[in-house]
Design a protein. Structure first.
Length: 240
């Protein structure tokens, strides 16, 4: 029996559209129920199952952290990749969270390397007080360029995963990647069970929801920001 393995939402959707017979196992950061990939978490149905790692659904927490760090901030730039099938969900979540805090969100689309510098120029022209970057494979791949441009523009930014803080990002809040292979291991465990005869419909979607907060104190000092003792105390790790 063959099994299709998918490491991102677009390829999972493509596989689902291509076949209703061959089992599909995914590991993605998009809520598979919200975007219509599966019907439910406990019994996904059909020929597809997998692992959902929590990279979305954190907009409220991201904005709360920015608001705590920059209480005078009023305008937040939001970088999204329009090619991400979950982008519209994150935009809606972010706008709702911003409304609750009395903040304004300016959405800027970035999908190629050539979009990065123009997006930062627009952000500066719009006088954004801070930047929020959504979870997306493109942004993760270009994290060094993103954090360098944020530093050049002297813009405080919050990111969805620790990889950004590790290369100079101010704050990251998101999924713990203590073992970079953990999600793949979970996915391949499901592949093994399917090859042994288990139906995908009988395998519940696994969820990884352990999150961590990292603060890059050196970047904060470079930006002239003072991190409150209470925020530092809540950080899982402070980089100096």
């Amino acid at each position: 029996m063959a099994v299709i393995v998918s490491g991102d939402a677009p390829s999972a959707f493509a596989a689902k559209a291509a076949t209703s017979n061959i089992p599909i196992v995914f590991a993605i950061g998009t809520d598979p129920v919200k975007v219509g990939l599966v019907d439910r978490f406990n019994r996904p149905g059909g020929n597809i199952t997998g692992v959902y790692h929590l990279l979305t659904g954190l907009a409220s927490k991201h904005l709360e952290l920015l608001h705590e760090l920059l209480p005078a901030a009023r305008t937040i730039a939001l970088f999204v990749n329009p090619g991400n099938p979950n982008a519209h969900v994150y935009v809606l979540e972010t706008r709702a969270a911003a409304d609750a805090l009395g903040l304004q969100v300016e959405v800027l689309t970035v999908s190629t390397e050539g979009d990065l510098e123009p997006a930062f120029r627009i952000m500066v022209q719009q006088r954004a007080d801070a930047l929020l970057v959504i979870a997306d494979p493109f942004f993760i791949a270009w994290r060094k360029q993103l954090t360098a441009l944020a530093a050049r523009c002297a813009t405080p930014a919050i990111y969805p995963i620790r990889y950004f803080a590790d290369v100079g990002g101010l704050i990251s809040y998101g999924l713990i990647w203590a073992d970079p292979n953990e999600l793949n291991q979970q996915m391949w465990t499901y592949v093994g069970r399917i090859l042994q005869g288990t139906k995908p419909a009988d395998l519940p979607i696994q969820q990884s929801a352990r999150v961590e907060l990292l603060i890059n104190l050196k970047t904060a000092k470079d930006l002239g920001l003072t991190i409150s003792p209470s925020l530092l105390a809540r950080a899982d790790e402070v980089l100096e």
